[in-house]
Design a protein around this ligand. Structure first.
Ligand SMILES: Cc1cc2nc3c(=O)[nH]c(=O)nc-3n(C[C@H](O)[C@H](O)[C@H](O)COP(=O)(O)OP(=O)(O)OC[C@H]3O[C@@H](n4cnc5c(N)ncnc54)[C@H](O)[C@@H]3O)c2cc1C
Length: 389
């Protein structure tokens, strides 16, 4: 469990980049220089665009592919408590933003469906249970003896033990990002897709053309470090590739199902075996997942996912798997996001590094960075990019 020994620390001071101008800029007109240019239309970039545009900034988002083309549109699709004391406030802070998205076509389930952490024996879960119950009473961690998970979810193998957690809102992999993009557009932001951006002094270079901007926010997921530090000396954010396969089970579980151990696995690095997870939204379940440093051949990993999954949900052995997708988590080397000003640059910000929790935490992170850019707020020291300087 990532009960970290750090504390969140004092809020970090610092003025904004001065992009909040006297005028209310409104939409970034096609030819006009935006107040803020954002690189990346994932969950973080789209939420940032919505918050900044609604605050009156002229916003341009530059995305090399499409909205939600990377992990923000291809993930497992559950909003979930991150089980980490420093990250938990970002989850709590993101839920109200998700409730605000209803008019943009996003539906947050009224109550969490619950998460079942699963293991072959109660003994192997005892430490996990104590840590969770002590640190996060809001999760109402409930031990489940061998066989009890199957009585809650008949799709499960009968010999599993577990812990039930009061979290987990299934939402569909791309729904959140698309809704934030719609909200940003409604507030006057422009989203330019199919264009790769590079950083320049006072703005961006897009398709060889200089695009000045009052401030730039890099929300480019696993590619953020390489964009900010082209020399490669400091790259605290790296990709951690995951493969997910869609499956339609006859009687899909309502809970999100997870093999216990993701925390240790993400921290260990290397080339570990897949960990079982199954998230059901409507009739479709997302079966995952792998944690690999290099982009995998997704199809080649399907038999491994099925085999691992069938240990937990036996029906997976005989059910045809549907679409398979691979995407990369933007994982920072200390497991915490980088939110704030890039050291030594007053007009350059970064918002990335959420690892396996980006959809769950992205909106609150984006709000912190949007307020910082506008000169209205501070970001907890634990997330300050300067810690890697
Ligand atoms: C298999 C898997 C399952 C997951 N499941 C969940 C889940 O259930 N719940 C959860 O909370 N999280 C989950 N995650 C994690 C979550 O998906 C990510 O943390 C989150 O989507 C990251 O969002 P982002 O906006 O930071 O980056 P991304 O989604 O990676 O978006 C960055 C964007 O920047 C663009 N870009 C990059 N470089 C440039 C450039 N130079 N110019 C222009 N555009 C550029 C990319 O094309 C991309 O669209 C999962 C991740 C994986 C891999």
């Amino acid at each position: 469990m990532t009960e970290r020994e750090r504390s969140a620390g004092a809020p970090r001071g610092g003025a904004g980049a001065g992009v909040e101008r006297e005028r209310s800029a409104g939409a970034a007109g096609a030819g006009a220089a935006p107040d803020v240019a954002i690189v990346g239309a994932g969950i973080v970039g789209c939420a940032l665009a919505a918050f900044l545009a609604e605050a009156g900034a002229a916003v341009l988002v530059v995305e090399r592919d499409d909205v939600g083309a990377a992990a923000s549109g291809r993930n497992s699709g559950v909003l979930q408590h991150p089980m980490d004391a420093l990250l938990a406030p970002l989850f709590a802070g993101s839920l109200p933003h998700y409730r605000d998205l209803a008019e943009h076509g996003f539906e947050l389930p009224p109550e969490p469906h619950g998460v079942l952490m699963l293991a072959p024996s109660e003994a192997s879960l005892a430490g996990e249970l104590d840590a969770l119950a002590g640190a996060f009473p809001e999760l109402r961690a409930e031990p489940l003896a061998c066989g009890e998970p199957a009585s809650l979810e008949p799709a499960l193998a009968p010999d599993l033990a577990g812990v039930r957690l009061d979290t987990g809102f299934p939402v569909g992999p791309s729904a959140a990002t698309r809704a934030f993009a719609a909200r940003a557009l409604a507030a006057g932001a422009r989203i330019e897709t199919g264009s790769e951006a590079a950083l320049a002094r006072n703005g961006l270079v897009v398709a060889g053309v200089r695009r000045p901007a009052g401030a730039v926010v890099v929300a480019a997921g696993p590619w953020s470090s390489a964009l900010v530090d082209r020399g490669g000396g400091r790259r605290p954010i790296a990709p951690l590739w995951g493969v997910v396969a869609e499956v339609r089970l006859e009687a899909p579980p309502r809970h999100t199902l997870e093999q216990a151990g993701i925390e240790q696995l993400v921290a260990s690095g290397g080339d570990p075996p897949p960990l079982f997870s199954l998230v059901t939204t409507g009739a479709v379940s997302a079966l995952g997942s792998t944690f690999l440093p290099e982009r995998p051949d997704a199809q080649a990993l399907v038999p491994l996912l099925r085999e691992r999954g069938a240990r937990f949900v036996p029906a997976l052995a005989g059910t045809e798997l549907g679409a398979v997708r691979a995407c990369a988590r933007p994982l920072s080397s200390d497991g915490l996001p980088l939110l704030g000003r890039v050291p030594g640059r007053s007009d350059l910000f970064i918002a990335s590094g959420h690892g396996p929790w980006g959809v769950s935490l992205g909106p609150a992170s984006a709000k912190l960075v949007a307020d910082l850019v506008l000169g209205r707020g501070t970001v907890p020291a634990a997330f300050d990019p300067a810690r890697f300087a």
